[in-house]
Design a protein around this ligand. Sequence first.
Ligand code: AKB
Length: 333
Amino acid sequence: RNTTPGTNIKYQQSYPSTKQRVLITGCMGQIGVELIEALAARYGKGSVVCSDVSTPTKDNLDQFAPFYFCDVNDRERLQMIVDRENVTCIVHNAAFLSASAEQNVAAAVRLNTIGLFNVLEIAKRNHLRVFVPSSIAAFGPTTPLESTPNTTIQRPTTVYGIGKVYAELMGEYYALKHGVDYRSLRYPGILSYKTKPGGGTTDYAVHMFYYALQGEHYECYLQPDQKLPMMYMPDCIRGTMQFILDTKQEQLKERTYNIAAYSFSPIQLEQMIKKFIPSFSVSYRPDFRQGIAESWPRILEDDSARGDWGWGEEFNLEKTCRDMLVNLSKIIP
Ligand code: AKB
């Protein structure tokens, strides 16, 4: 616990909530979309600035306005957006997830090093708060995987995980050396129905709901007993907002916190969905993603987040399944 604000460092002040102006990179991703909604609901539509490397369609342009096409590897463009929009905080969500990073190693390394470095440099120069999501992927096979503590061995064996450790350490460095208000949460797999996840190892859990509701058989790419930590999106968004916006610097004893809700294996999820849709069927054919999943925590211990800033989930697995199915059935014909 060596990241407590030092006495010789002047940390940036929290901005009055009415002046929040949050830039979300990777805004069209699974978490970005819902964070935009939550920020707009709380601080007004004008509090959010969106950027991504894919562009919104005519139909959803309004949802992402103001929108900037921006590759975060381009520092000048990032700086231009920060200046033009009077940004006070960057939520840096742009990333390749675990499975797609393994298939695009060079691009993933670029985004996770140059892109992240650009965000930190801009935060330093412009006195911005920065939130960068980390992940259970920041751990590896030599980590204690049954109840993974906040501070432990981190030797990930995926490109994505290595990028997350880089971000955690660089964020801590910028906090200690330059007083940047850097914050990060290690997310588990996130279940959601508004936007489909893409390129992750935990995505199977969301896929199962779609297949079940469409009356289709699902072939799972993980082993039936491969337990992983997971969380429902409303908890993820509520926890993230609480951590970024409501938690004071003085409460932070870490820069990066594990947060968890529950863990389950594919077969446990299959059985839970079958309680609601008994005809659902799953078969198992593990591929390269099984190797990734095996290197990650099965259960994440999050006592520090609970103790330091009051993290707590509201959804257990059964409540999550019920809510997912109710909401998805309104979307899926
Ligand atoms: C992935 O599966 O890559 C992500 C993650 C756990 O960070 N959902």
